[in-house]
Design a protein around this ligand. Structure first.
Ligand SMILES: NC(=O)c1ccc[n+]([C@@H]2O[C@H](COP(=O)([O-])OP(=O)(O)OC[C@H]3O[C@@H](n4cnc5c(N)ncnc54)[C@H](OP(=O)(O)O)[C@@H]3O)[C@@H](O)[C@H]2O)c1
Length: 329
């Protein structure tokens, strides 16, 4: 495994990070623990969780905690070899303090996460979403307190665009608090709206750890036009977590599957190899239901896409906008 730096943290992480959003359901506890151990045995040293994860059972405001508990059990004897990330912000109950990025919520939730994860420290504590009700000064000061207490080593952001990351860095520098070292954004061949923010992350040494690089499984080649989704797939089990399987989607998927076939590479590996080649990428946060799927992700590290494919992929999966350049054309 060739490890990559995680932004300015100095941490070395595997280019594949194991996501745990489906721990609890459909990935039951014993299977999830085996999945974590199998991933570590493949050289993966980066695990991503969140205080709210509880698999398919999750609804807005449910208590969460299930995935962190399972991760805690899985890592009990292997904690020091893992870069462990978890997140805070999303609702964990119906009350007004049960969500967001106030000092009260962060300081309560960090202790709950530590307890469930059975650890003294979180390597990367991630702000799951922006919270427009809390000034960033307050949030960053609360995260610094977690770091001073030794509960958190580094802080990261998720679902923040470049302007929001810029404000976080700016305020951190002004008040002397910790800078974010990572950005977890949705990013895949089918979802490129954050594409232009990658350059910002590169310039400011923020490691990008995109989530859903397989777009929930759509980019694995297992969904076919005019066919029912496979019975054990997410589209069959949890369709409200998936995009509509319509003709416009299959028009794009068929182009991508065709390109992967040209290289004789499985579609999932092709999609992950492309994502890893993008600017500022530290590690792809991949979900897996079975060991073979995470092994497939690790095998994508051997795949090299020719430059000519990159051009064709840009045509098939266009950028969100093009910056006109009258000076250099
Ligand atoms: N920060 C955020 O707001 C945020 C949001 C969402 C997710 N995340 C993180 O990102 C992680 C990944 O998200 P995700 O699981 O939705 O996205 P994903 O990695 O794009 O999709 C993973 C799913 O695709 C299927 N799959 C994976 N490899 C496959 C293969 N080789 N062949 C066939 N099917 C395969 C599996 O589902 P089936 O077998 O069930 O079809 C698997 O659960 C989460 O666990 C979480 O840690 C973060």
């Amino acid at each position: 495994m060739q490890y990559r730096t995680l932004g300015a943290s100095g941490l070395l992480v595997s280019p594949i990070c194991l996501g745990t959003m489906t721990f609890g359901e459909p990935v039951a506890e014993a299977d999830a623990i085996r999945l974590v151990h199998g991933a570590l045995d493949l050289g993966i040293n980066f695990v991503d969780s969140a205080n709210v994860y509880e698999g398919y059972r999750r609804y807005l405001g449910s208590a969460g905690g299930v995935a962190e508990e399972i991760v805690g059990k899985a890592l009990k004897d292997r904690r020091d070899n893992v870069v462990l990330a978890t997140k805070v912000c999303a609702p964990v109950g119906p009350g007004p303090q049960d969500r967001g990025l106030s000092a009260s919520h962060i300081l309560r939730e960090v202790d709950r996460s530590l307890r469930r994860l059975q650890t003294d420290y979180i390597d990367l504590y991630i702000v799951h979403w922006p919270d427009r009700h809390t000034p960033l000064e307050t949030t960053l000061a609360a995260l610094d307190k977690c770091a001073e207490q030794g509960k958190v080593r580094y802080i990261g952001a998720s679902n923040h665009n470049a302007a929001q990351l810029c404000e976080m860095l700016w305020i951190a520098d002004r008040q002397g608090s910790s800078r974010v070292v990572s950005s977890q954004i949705p990013y895949s061949l089918l979802r490129r709206e954050f594409h232009h923010d990658l350059t910002f992350c590169d310039r400011h040494t923020i490691g990008v750890t995109p989530y859903q690089p397989l777009q929930g499984g759509l980019l694995t080649g297992k969904y076919r036009r005019n066919e029912q989704p496979p019975g054990d797939s997410r589209a069959a089990e949890k369709p409200d977590w998936m995009w509509a399987l319509d003709d416009a989607l299959f028009d794009r998927l068929e182009v991508l599957d065709g390109l992967a076939k040209e290289l004789d590479v499985p579609s999932a590996q092709y999609a992950l190899a492309w994502t890893l080649r993008q600017t500022a990428m530290s590690s792809l946060v991949v979900g897996a239901k079975r060991h073979e799927q995470i092994a497939d992700a690790v095998n994508s590290l051997q795949v090299r896409l020719p430059d000519e494919h990159l051009v064709r992929l840009d045509e098939a999966c266009p950028l969100p906008w093009h910056q006109p350049d009258p000076i250099r054309g």
